[in-house]
Ligand binder design. Sequence first.
Ligand SMILES: [Zn+2]
Ligand SMILES: [Zn+2]
Length: 292
Amino acid sequence: MTKNYCKFWGTRGSCAVSGESFQKFGGNSSALEIRYGDTIAIIDAGTGIRPLGQELLKQKVRRIELFLSHTHWDHLIGFPFFDPIYEPGVHITVWAPPNIGRTNKELFSDLLAPEFFPVRFDQVQATLEFKTIQQKTPVAVGPLEFDFHITNHPGITFAFNIKTPHQTISYCTDNELLQGYHDDPENAPEELTQLHQSLIEFLKGTDILIHEAQYTPEEYRLKVGWGHSSTVNACYLVKRTQASQWLVTHHDPSHTDEDLKVLEGELNHYLKKQQIPCAAQWIGDGYVLPLK
Ligand SMILES: [Zn+2]
Ligand SMILES: [Zn+2]
């Protein structure tokens, strides 16, 4: 494998799934590994972080930067199953959004409360260092720079720009575009579109956009306010970021392999019809994006 890459260990949104209808895209919830030389960063600790942790232990990795887009279950529930936390000598910096009413250390401690899990927080062997991320306050991790912007999602949720010395990769898994709007996005009223302008500016010019498109337009009619975009509404943002490569992740747990293939075909047809020069690719667990 190339030395620099992003590997998607979990591409399912909201809830992990399994079964014969979920073989191609997989069922683990959000976890993205970013390798750049010796730097190892992870975004989100959904169930996909469990097999990633096994791999990191095999490779005797000692230093991990773990970023969280937010702390909803599908982005956090894999943490107690992340083997490196039980390994003495491992140092994990947890970069998380400010939480409401308690510190991130308290939140992680609660995640390992006796009501939820058999192992206590004080039995964690790795050194955990908690740091808070803030909008448009970039942090450097080795040769990478991570920057953050709030999305339209319940609670405090961040989108990421990850700058390598050669590229920018943008990661935004939970973002509801044009909330409650069901017509042609190009005709959306200004009071809806202005809400997204700052995020669009933040993502503009990215080399690779990773963004959700969780619902069909029909499904979205029943899911307004749940924090996710319809395929068509997501195109409003994609067009304005001028991205030419769009990787779609955070798939709805009700969508089978077959459903996702159909969605991919339909949305690419829509992009062409709208003359948006961007290809959308639905990616699954295990997908590797090589980095320059
Ligand atoms: Zn999510
Ligand atoms: Zn969420």
